[in-house]
Design a protein around this ligand. Structure first.
Ligand code: SF4
Ligand code: SF4
Length: 134
């Protein structure tokens, strides 16, 4: 008989969304820490990859505000080493997608001074306003 894998705990919308976008069953992560120990970007991250998985499992919205989700370089080192066969790069990508779909501009153009608007190259303004939007 096939064991039914629970995609996300009930009423855990963020976890459900991460699983549905990434195709990864984040609840299967058993926090072994192999990803954190292997990740070449971990030293630069504010939370390590296994914490990213734990926060995703728990549906903690704070994970969307971390630097780590943007620093994952999709190098797949953790992917080939994960004993549960999880693809953390897809989870990080899903978290970025969720954040981008909130359509928040990184810069509020209405708060820029006339001097800034006149001095900044147009391309810099456009990229600053669009970098974090979907
Ligand atoms: S290596 Fe896999 S199972 Fe271990 S903490 Fe990382 S994601 Fe979870
Ligand atoms: S895929 Fe991302 S989280 Fe995994 S080892 Fe590479 S940079 Fe780290």
């Amino acid at each position: 008989m096939t064991k039914k894998i629970e995609l996300a705990p009930e009423n855990n919308k963020l976890c459900e969304k991460i699983c549905s976008i990434s195709g990864e069953v984040v609840t299967m992560c058993d926090q072994c820490g192999t990803c954190s120990a292997s990740c070449p970007m971990a030293a630069e991250m504010d939370i390590n990859p296994s914490e990213m998985m734990k926060m995703s499992q728990l549906g903690m919205e704070e994970v969307l505000e971390t630097k780590a989700i943007w620093l994952c370089a999709s190098c797949f080192t953790c992917v080939v080493r994960c004993p549960r066969g999880l693809d953390l790069s897809k989870v990080a990508e899903a978290l970025r997608q969720i954040k981008l779909r909130q359509a928040e501009d990184h810069m509020d153009i209405k708060k820029l001074t006339i001097e800034e608007l006149e001095g900044l190259p147009q391309i810099a303004l456009i990229s600053a306003c669009r970098k974090f939007t979907g």
